[in-house]
Design a protein around this ligand. Structure first.
Ligand SMILES: Nc1nc2c(ncn2[C@@H]2O[C@H](COP(=O)(O)OP(=O)(O)O)[C@@H](O)[C@H]2O)c(=O)[nH]1
Ligand SMILES: [Mg+2]
Length: 327
């Protein structure tokens, strides 16, 4: 009798903590159903089309393997990742086309896991600096607004550094996002971005901030200047906050696919990137790029943008992503 009640009590506690996990999941990561919906089109091009076509064949011959490689490239996996996957398959002489789905699922999982932990770096009671880079329009400023909101929800003290000083409108936009999120901002219209970051570090240290989010410009038209600007910001952080935890995030628009990826390679030259945030995954058919980023840039995708609203930033969880792709 007593045991019975005890058990019931335990069950109740478990259910409440499960509920809490679910609520957290809604805020930080997508539920399985919404993830499935978000990557519906990607799943169709990356899995549906390929599996449907290959699965019904008798044996893997060169013709079918070539076909499969082409379909993978079309689904934005990129030439080198597609041929890596197909070459490996070519060597597995006992594999049948009916197993193509399991094979792809396993390969995608392996590639994503090999790119490293997808958890956003954060250290309690330290200064955490997020250095956000990427081409114009990729979604940097929006990402900063969403990240500011996320850290504020966790009661962190957040400072935003307006390092895109080229367009006044850019700082205005950042100002609006920061206020909405309840974060403070350091801006100095028209000033050198590196000096804005310098001021932000000083303020953050004096006033005990937990987080600095550094916004930057992304004008690829003047590549040399942009790279110099970013290198300068990087050395300001190196010199003035070497002890801070740093995450350097490349922001990529999912819809730009392979083209975006090759553009983005210039950023690896001057910023020590630690991760990628893939934006505009909502409705995109080109989400296959995630596999390509992991394989070719050897960087984990840590965050995904799934809409224009403040809460539309989610953690990227490889196992969930692959499961939803193949479901
Ligand atoms: N649908 C969708 N739109 C987004 C997402 N992230 C950013 N955007 C939109 O993309 C456009 C460019 O974003 P912005 O942050 O200004 O890019 P930046 O030039 O890199 O700073 C804006 O219209 C944003 O609303 C996303 O995850 N989903
Ligand atoms: Mg911007």
């Amino acid at each position: 009798m007593f045991d019975f009640f005890k058990k019931k009590e335990e069950n109740k506690i478990q259910t409440e903590s499960e509920k809490e996990t679910d609520e957290k999941k809604n805020f930080f990561s997508l539920t399985f159903e919404s993830l499935k919906k978000t990557i519906e089109k990607t799943s169709e091009s990356l899995v549906g089309n390929i599996v449907q076509k290959i699965e019904k064949e008798e044996e893997f011959d060169e013709f079918i393997l070539d076909d499969m490689e082409e379909l993978l490239i079309k689904a934005d996996l990129g030439v080198s990742t597609a041929s890596f996957i197909v070459d490996k398959l070519r060597k597995k002489s006992n594999m049948k086309p009916s197993q193509v789905k399991e094979y792809l699922q396993q390969e995608f999982t392996n590639i994503l896991n090999a790119a490293g932990s997808t958890e956003l770096n954060y250290k309690e009671n330290e200064l955490n600096i997020y250095f956000i880079v990427g081409v114009n329009g990729a979604g940097k400023t929006t990402l900063i607004g969403k990240l500011a909101n996320r850290f504020r929800q966790q009661n962190k003290k957040v400072l935003v550094a307006a390092g895109d000083t080229f367009r006044a409108a850019a700082e205005e936009q950042l100002d609006i996002w920061s206020k909405r999120a309840g974060a403070d901002i350091v801006r100095n219209d028209g000033a050198d971005p590196a000096s804005v970051v310098f001021d932000a570090i000083k303020k953050a240290k004096n006033e005990n901030y937990d987080v600095i989010l550094v916004d930057t410009a992304g004008r690829l038209q003047n590549k040399f200047n942009l790279m110099q600007e970013l290198s300068k910001i990087k050395s300001v952080i190196d010199k003035n906050a070497s002890e801070a935890l740093r995450e350097s995030i490349l922001v990529l628009d999912a819809n730009t696919g392979q083209n975006g990826l090759s553009q983005a390679k210039v950023f690896t030259e001057c910023v020590n990137l630690t991760s990628v945030a893939l934006t505009k995954l909502d409705g995109s058919a080109k989400g296959g790029i995630i596999i390509s980023i992991a394989k070719e840039m050897n960087l984990p995708v840590k965050l995904i943008g799934v809409g224009e609203k403040m809460e539309d930033l989610k953690d990227f969880i490889p196992d969930d992503f692959v499961k939803a792709l193949f479901d």
